[in-house]
Design a protein. Structure first.
Length: 484
């Protein structure tokens, strides 16, 4: 039994088109978390490049790059950390291969890891809650740039204007998410090209002023340096690790599509712009104060170009938030809310807008959420590790129809609706990571190691190893192997 109410479709059942009527840019996407039939599969893996590229030319990447230098790293150390941290996009690419295999989004595929009931908890916390928090933070970042743009137009950014700006940005974002997959595929190539053009101008301006030999006055060494390098890598890696939802955007591809191409275009589309934009943030930090990138970069950009730059920051954030809201809507359905995907997306957007308004206008709520997300790597690292291990164990083979079955007769019901292997591996990984973390609090192992934060490698390794061990004799894995 599929746990969603598909949006109404026109045309006779089983009708075929290119692209299918259910997935056209000009109409609201018909499917939610229900299985995508082979007759409705279409597209090419290369389309995924622009989807991930547009979402990763954004303001937060500039912030992260600048933060690495502000933390005390030299320029070349920061650039090395950016390269290593962004290699975690390979995991995002690997997870994307499960979408065409199952014809289902990540929020359903993870039933194989946690069971039908256990997966509802996973989607409520690791899917919906994390996504809505990221949506609010990204919306706040976009709103800040938009406020500056409004003031440059001669309009005072008072409270009513700020509310209107936030609502307009959210409305544009949610419109893309509601129309869904086909519109995302259609829009994100021109968005990618537009953002690439803008950031090319930014790159020339930054490179003219950057100090390529920059190093902090107080050079670190030994344990202090390693602690900073690990913290920086974790900060960069938290981006790709938060995208355990990459199958959401690949599930319409034919099941015969090359898995290598799916993984490659997804990972490359995210890796390249993330490295470039993060590196620009680090380079800029050698010339201007990147504690406020939006204002600081205006010092080195041509005056005529500043409004274009601010508009690009808003556009890039809309692109990333549209993906976030899309996946959050699917997560809400997977939790068990019986509404259409379009409705669930609007519900997510309403919550995120409320949080953003409250955070920007009434309190330091967004600071609280931001601090919480610094610790969230103890959860998203193990979540990514369990999912990636499952894809490898099953060799990318998933039965989408069986995954859609939520009855106790489902092969993914396990014991009482919970897969003990996945639940145990996740709890063990999160616990291990929490013992090793050094962010808002210091775990006992981190304290014993003079502040070295090993939460990312330890949490992921423990989860992956324990899951592989506990699942070695699982009957659903044997069934996947026999279907090869």
């Amino acid at each position: 039994m599929a746990s969603t109410i598909p949006d109404p479709q026109s045309g006779p059942p089983g009708a075929r088109a290119t692209p299918p009527p259910a997935d056209r840019p000009g109409r609201i996407e018909a499917h939610g978390i229900d299985h995508i039939p082979d007759a409705e599969r279409h597209g090419h893996p290369r389309e995924l490049f622009s989807v991930w590229a547009a979402a990763n030319v954004n303001y937060l990447s500039l912030l992260v790059g600048g933060a690495l230098v502000l933390m005390g790293l030299s320029l070349w150390q920061a650039l090395a950390v950016i390269g290593v941290g962004n290699l975690f996009w390979l995991f995002t690419g690997l997870l994307a291969t499960s979408g065409p295999a199952a014809g289902a989004p990540s929020e359903v595929i993870t039933r194989a890891m946690y069971g039908v009931i256990g997966n509802r908890v996973n989607n409520a916390i690791g899917g919906w809650l994390v996504s809505v928090c990221y949506f609010a933070l990204n919306l706040a970042a976009a709103a800040t740039a938009a406020f500056a743009l409004v003031e440059k137009a001669g309009i005072a950014a008072d409270t009513p204007v700020k509310v209107a700006v936030i609502v307009v940005i959210a409305a544009l974002t949610l419109a893309i998410s509601v129309y869904g997959h086909a519109l995302i595929i259609k829009l994100y190539l021109p968005i990618t090209l537009a953002l690439a053009g803008v950031f090319t101008v930014v790159a020339f301006a930054v490179l003219r002023h950057a100090d390529l030999s920059y190093a902090p006055e107080a050079r670190l060494g030994g344990t202090d340096l390693w602690a900073l390098l690990l913290a920086g890598t974790t900060l960069v890696a938290s981006g790709p690790l938060s995208y355990t939802t990459s199958a959401d955007f690949s599930r319409y591809l034919p099941r015969t599509a090359s898995r290598k191409a799916i993984a490659g275009w997804t990972a490359l589309g995210a890796f390249l712009p993330s490295v470039v934009v993060c590196s620009l943030g680090a380079l800029a930090a050698t010339a201007v104060d990147m504690t406020d990138p939006q204002t600081a970069l205006q010092e080195i950009l041509p005056g005529w170009f500043v409004p274009v730059f601010l508009l690009a920051l808003v556009l890039g954030t809309i692109a990333i938030n549209a993906l976030t809201a899309y996946s959050a809507g699917l997560a809400l359905q997977a939790v068990g809310l019986r509404v259409r995907r379009s409705v669930s997306v609007l519900l997510d957007g309403a919550v995120a807008v409320a949080l953003t308004l409250y955070g920007l206008l009434a309190s330091d709520f967004l600071d609280t959420v931001s601090n919480a997300l610094q610790v969230i790597v103890v959860l998203i690292g193990p979540l990514m590790a369990v999912y990636a291990t499952d894809v490898l164990l099953r060799r990318g083979r998933y039965d989408g129809l069986a995954l859609s079955d939520e009855t106790p007769g489902s092969p993914f019901w396990y014991a009482g609706g919970v897969n003990g292997a996945g639940a145990s591996a996740l709890v063990a990984g999160v616990t291990s990571a929490a013992l090793c973390v050094n962010t808002l609090y210091t775990g006992p192992i981190a304290a014993a190691l003079d502040g070295l934060d090993l939460s990312l490698p330890v949490g992921m390794s423990v989860s992956a190893a324990l899951y592989a061990l506990l699942m070695r004799n699982d009957r659903t894995l044997r069934a996947a192997g026999s279907a090869a």
